[in-house]
Design a protein around this ligand. Structure first.
Ligand SMILES: Cc1cc2nc3c(=O)[nH]c(=O)nc-3n(C[C@H](O)[C@H](O)[C@H](O)COP(=O)(O)OP(=O)(O)OC[C@H]3O[C@@H](n4cnc5c(N)ncnc54)[C@H](O)[C@@H]3O)c2cc1C
Ligand code: FES
Ligand code: FES
Length: 448
């Protein structure tokens, strides 16, 4: 079955949306079409969180609410989800607990960031856990406030998020689950014409076939890269094919010594599994974007994009990960480091899809380190990201960094009590390489 409208849940009702503008963002839909203007536009590039809305997704028979940036999210990504915005929260004259605690704790001054913060807190309120202070700080890291300061907002979060949700959404969960299950049937969506369309295939075969037939189409997973092509580069992308509707591409399989990750699995879906590989992976993921970016963005998109500043490839190369690519019915597999041919160039044919990633887990006595250095004074392309895996018997590090950066002067031995490296950038766009001498003394030889 092929439908010509996407369907999502809003205020308890199913919205059928069949606009022929494939690049319509959720923020523009809310403000320009629905006229719900509580959600604000700040940066329009996923950085400030003013546009944060909550997306309810069906997962293991429950509705999980996550904060996302409406400014870079495309309408196709709403299919089969529930959209909640700040305009929905108050019940008549009664504020939602997250709103009330912001009032009580004086968490708002000019108020421009407030709708975004409230929605981030709404998702934390529904997380089912009583968050510690650090959890709150991590959760709102993608929301910027320029006048109130963060302490009152963190206090408001501590008051409101008790681990027990008792609002309208909690009471309606059973009904919402039923409605979302009905929306997530196996129907493919195709809105528009052969020249201009948005497609949300539900079947893996439809997705592969469509991508092969339209090699000029833009593949969209979480849209945290593509969204900026639309809002900042003002690119017209006439053909959009979403991968998010294919359940197979969200699959995460753990075979004990290997993790297999579908290309549409978001960071938040994969975080628990990836973090179990090594604490350094967990720390890099904590610093990757912010909660909103991790709720939409995918590891597959990070790899497929081939950005020289992508954070996942250095770690994945160090771990020895492999990539499965699909073109029509043909599948091929290659080591992830062979996927990156040159600066900004990948070994991917037009119409070919990144299908899934195989990530080997660390063996006993293998050591792994990953570092994401965020420091002032460097241009974004000069910020180093590096990953190492070390075999216990090795005299040198077998796998190392990647895009834009080069390890020079590695001094390694066994056991290296004080390895020292200089990382330099070879990015042509970032000027002279900023040398960073960096010493690490502890915990090199043994796995924690
Ligand atoms: C505010 C903000 C902060 C960010 N911070 C970081 C950061 O700290 N570290 C970092 O590495 N990145 C960061 N990013 C970039 C981005 O979030 C990541 O690169 C993310 O992993 C991209 O995934 P996505 O699913 O959103 O990709 P999309 O934007 O959907 O797609 C990215 C590219 O991959 C292609 N693609 C996607 N899926 C497939 C597929 N299955 N087959 C073939 N091609 C495909 C698309 O066509 C496109 O070219 C940030 C982005 C934003 C907006
Ligand atoms: S407007 Fe800044 S994140 Fe969307
Ligand atoms: S209240 Fe003014 S920016 Fe946060």
């Amino acid at each position: 079955m092929v439908r010509d409208k996407i369907r999502f849940l809003r205020r308890g009702r199913v919205v059928m949306y069949g606009s022929a503008t494939p690049t319509r963002t959720v923020l523009d839909y809310l403000r320009l079409e629905e006229k719900s203007r509580g959600t604000k536009e700040g940066c329009n590039e996923g950085d400030c969180g003013a546009c944060t809305v909550a997306l309810g997704t069906l997962r293991d028979g429950r509705v999980i609410y996550e904060p996302v940036n409406a400014c870079i999210m495309l309408m196709g990504q709403l299919h089969g989800k529930e959209l909640v915005t700040v305009d929905d929260l108050a019940d008549g004259g009664t504020l939602h607990p997250t709103q009330q605690s912001m009032v009580d704790r004086h968490g708002s001054q000019c108020g421009f960031c407030t709708p975004g913060f409230v929605m981030a807190l709404f998702t934390l309120y529904h997380s089912g856990k009583k968050p510690a202070r650090q959890d709150i700080v991590d959760h709102i890291a993608g929301n910027l406030c320029r006048c109130t300061g963060y302490r009152p907002i963190v206090d408001a979060a501590r008051d409101a998020c008790t681990g027990r949700a008792i609002d309208r959404w909690a009471k309606a969960e059973k009904e919402t689950v039923r409605q979302l299950q009905a929306l997530n049937d196996s129907g493919d969506i195709f809105v528009g014409t052969q020249e201009r369309f948005l497609a949300v295939p539900a079947k893996a075969e439809t997705l592969a076939q469509l991508a092969a037939e339209h090699p000029d189409a833009t593949i969209v997973a979480g849209s945290t890269d593509v969204g900026l092509w639309i809002t900042k580069q003002l690119r017209d992308l006439p053909k959009i094919i979403h991968t998010c509707g294919v359940a197979e591409l969200h699959a995460i399989t753990d075979t004990g010594d290997m993790l297999s990750l579908g290309a549409a699995a978001t960071y938040s879906e994969a975080e628990r599994h990836l973090s179990a590989i090594d604490p350094d992976v967990a720390e890099v993921l904590r610093r990757l974007g912010a909660k909103q970016v991790r709720a939409s963005g995918t590891v597959g998109g990070n790899v497929a994009n081939g950005s020289p500043i992508g954070d996942m490839p250095p770690m994945l190369i160090a771990l020895g990960a492999a990539l499965h690519l699909r073109h029509g019915n043909d599948m091929r597999k290659l080591a992830i480091e062979d996927f990156f041919i040159a600066y900004g160039k990948q070994d991917r044919k037009p119409g070919e899809l990144v299908w899934c990633l195989d990530i080997p887990k660390l063996k006993r006595n293998e050591a792994f380190r990953a570092y994401k250095i965020s420091t002032g004074g460097l241009p974004p392309r000069g910020l180093p990201m590096a990953g190492w895996r070390r075999h216990p018997s090795a005299q040198c590090v077998p796998k190392r960094r990647l895009p834009g950066h080069r390890l020079t002067r590695p001094r390694l031995g066994t056991p290296p009590s004080e390895p020292s490296y200089t990382i330099s950038s070879r990015s042509p766009t970032c000027g002279p390489p900023p040398p960073i001498a960096w010493r690490r003394r502890k915990r090199w030889c043994t796995r924690r």
